[in-house]
Design a protein around this ligand. Sequence first.
Ligand code: G6P
Length: 369
Amino acid sequence: AAAEKGGYEHFMLKEIHEQPKALTDTLRARVKTYSNKTIHLEEIGFDASWAEASRVVITACGTAWHAGVVGKYAFEHFARIPTDVDIASEYRYRKPIFNPKDIFIIISQSGETADTLAAMRMAKKGGARIIAITNVVGSTLAREADLVMYTWAGPEIAVASTKAFTTQLMCVYLIAMQFGSLRGTISEDELTGYIDALEQIPAQAESLLAHKEAIQRFASQQFNKTKAFFMGRLFDYAISLESALKLKEISYTHSEAFAAGELKHGPIALVDESTLVVAICTQSALFDKMDSNIKEVKARGATVLVITYEGEPYFDGTADEIFRIPRTLDPLTPILSVIPSQLYAYYASLQRGLDPDKPRNLAKSVTVE
Ligand code: G6P
């Protein structure tokens, strides 16, 4: 078993460390350089007709749904297409309205989640075209979708998803940018710039991982906090959702995520000295808004961890602790900003004497309804 874990103590830590390579594999197959760098999705059967969609609908469960939340923001940002995102188990029991020009993006690591498959089949019946993002070749989702984009993350064994999530994000960005370039919402030069930024991300993830001891140390001081709140705005909100899920899954800490603007609409009532607040702050235009949210929770006794860019002085005076991620474009930060939270959850789980690979009551793939 030690050999299977490649020298790591747990599959989860191994898979966290495999992210730079997994991200490279996911990206490399889809980018080509002729006179300019361009995205190539022909291998999955994608052509310009797909970009004529009037709407994109993303459905998924769990961590994959969080990739979908990033997807909504990314599609609006890069491709200017109206985009909905919904939890598959909600979607399938609603009375959704289909349009023949809808494109569905169904995200699932396993490609076998029962609710996700049910939502896909419903959309298909409604006449929509389906793009699957999945990690498992030949899975039910892969077989039934119209187009399949594989995440090339390799087998993910740990119940808590890490490398499957970040490679799902990579796929979502590539599809959103390809839609944008076909729809003319991003220019050739912009596309080159975006691809350059995506290409830097694997090495940036590697350099982030090289500082994991700082997170381990922080976890050893904070693991016994009874509540953990994650807050952010825009892309940071999506990563707050995923960060809170990771922590609750494997450390059993009561964790919640909310859009930072919602702080005063409820969550602040729960903030006290026993609360860890993780403020994800990578959306530069909203730093001042995050800063006032941080001051509000600090005034009520919370310990605040800020996740922001390297070299960014904005939160120096206010945070109790800062983890830094390498600088990239603000809409692309999710792939990097989730990594400190993956590590924090892992080390908090260890500190609590738990096995992060085998969380109680959870399954890797939920094939029942
Ligand atoms: C389970 C797993 C999660 C996963 C979710 C969706 O809850 O524990 O890690 O995100 O199912 O799984 P899928 O295979 O559809 O991505």
